[in-house]
Design a protein around this ligand. Structure first.
Ligand code: NAI
Length: 401
């Protein structure tokens, strides 16, 4: 792959373009909106120019990178690309529309990939002429820091496409895992129950700061509420909708995200979401203006112990991980733990969620789940967990891992 194209110069597209340019891959970055394109190019260059040693932008790096990044708003400019990564809004219709215009302009051997966080690849491929040359290539936010990429194999994706994209991901310094198609693939499918539970805690009256503090005490690099703001409230909502549609039985949709969107509070990118970012350094700060907005959706303020909050956040994620294993979304437990550590910044010293559960013991976890029985099916032990608890075996047992 000599020339890459990236469609959508938002949070992800600009980071993906920067990752390519940093590794010397000529890249064309496209956005339909001129202003967004300008912001994306600027952000990509800031990323490329940053010198970790001096903690400053480096003019020399910028000059070296400049000829490699080409900005455009015309699809025809992607015709020479060997790989095009689409990173526009999380909306299947918009994405499919772009593919139908783009595919006839690409060379037959070019690969088209989507950075979608949740929409099944097979569904996005429905109207393509060459679905075998299409797959998911899912980066994580922030692209410059998160090393994982998921390569998602749609029903018609060819082995050659998967192998080329895996090799390309390694070339730009990422750690790829190949995952089966399905809503949320691997990492977002695991992240979603955790994020959703954070909203449930908010609606039960637990403070935003306490929720984030508990997640950080567990070892997560940031709390779920700050993560909503970083991901973007709109993106989180659209991603969430795909998950709610797929798993309605264990997900209670929260009205809080649509309300924030209506208020234009889209997270860091708009200066405010759950927290406010309107200070000099752009740090997250509690925002009193939020209180009257979320009050109608919340019970009176309540306190929970840090241990309780951690269990509420982590147990739904663990249960989802057991379902993922049973459905063979990945080959073995190591893929789950690898994905969580490199894709979400899950504390590496715990060895991963499944490794950590093995240390505690499945029987103990089943016991912990009893405390939350009244919260419904999302806290019900899964057949795999019950099997491990009953037999006293582990996820990482011989023959499985
Ligand atoms: P964003 O809202 O920051 O950027 C999307 C960009 O696409 C905007 O600049 C917009 O002008 C452009 N766009 C919209 N329609 C277009 C069209 N028809 N042609 C060309 N450009 C168009 O969104 P973000 O967060 O970068 O997400 C992009 C994709 O990446 C989504 O599919 C999202 O699910 C996925 N993703 C997002 C992550 C996140 O944390 N934000 C993480 C991983 C994946």
């Amino acid at each position: 792959i000599r020339r890459a194209g990236v469609i959508g110069a938002g949070i992800m597209g600009s980071g993906i373009a920067a990752a390519h340019v940093k590794r010397g891959v000529a890249t064309t970055l496209l956005d339909a909106d001129e202003k967004a394109l300008g912001r994306g190019v600027r952000s990509a260059f800031e990323d490329v120019a940053y010198n970790k040693k001096t903690k400053r932008p480096d003019v020399q790096r910028t000059l070296q990178a400049a000829p490699l990044l080409h900005a455009t708003s015309e699809l025809i400019d992607l015709a020479a690309c060997d790989l095009v990564i689409e990173a526009v809004v999380e909306n299947a219709e918009v994405k499919r529309q772009i593919y139908s215009q783009l595919e006839p302009q690409l060379r037959p051997e070019a690969i088209l990939a989507s950075n979608t966080s949740t929409i099944p690849i097979t569904r996005l491929a429905e109207k393509l002429t060459r679905p075998d040359r299409f797959c998911g290539l899912h980066f994580f936010n922030p692209v410059k820091r998160m090393q994982l990429v998921e390569v998602i194999r749609g029903r018609q994706t060819s082995d050659e496409t998967v192998a080329s994209v895996v090799a390309h991901a390694k070339r730009i310094g990422k750690h790829p895992i190949v995952v089966a198609d399905g809503p949320g693939f691997l990492v977002n499918r695991l992240l979603f129950p955790y994020m959703n539970e954070a909203l449930q805690l908010v609606s039960e009256g637990v403070s935003l700061v306490e929720i984030d503090r508990a997640a950080k005490a567990y070892g997560m690099p940031m709390g779920p509420i700050a993560l909503y703001d970083m991901v973007g409230i709109d993106t989180a909502f659209y991603a969430g909708r795909t998950m709610w549609e797929a798993y309605p039985d264990r997900v209670a949709a929260s009205p809080i995200l649509p309300m924030l969107m209506k208020q234009g509070r889209l997270g860091q990118k708009s200066g405010a979401g759950f927290f406010s970012y309107k200070n000099k350094r752009g740090d997250a700060q509690p925002d009193p203006a939020l209180d009257p907005l979320i009050a109608p959706y919340c019970s009176p303020s309540t306190t929970k112990s840090q241990t309780q909050i951690i269990s509420r956040l982590m147990l739904p994620m663990l249960l989802e991980a057991t379902r993922v294993l049973q459905e063979q979304v990945v080959r073995d437990p190591r893929d789950v733990d690898f994905g969580l550590i490199y894709g979400l910044g899950f504390p590496a010293y715990r060895g991963g969620l499944l490794f950590d559960t093995d240390a505690v013991g499945a029987a103990k976890v089943v016991e912990q789940l009893r405390e939350f029985e009244s919260l419904g099916s999302r806290f019900r032990p899964t057949p795999l967990l019950l099997e491990l608890a009953g037999s006293g075996t582990k996820f990482y047992r011989e023959g499985r891992a």
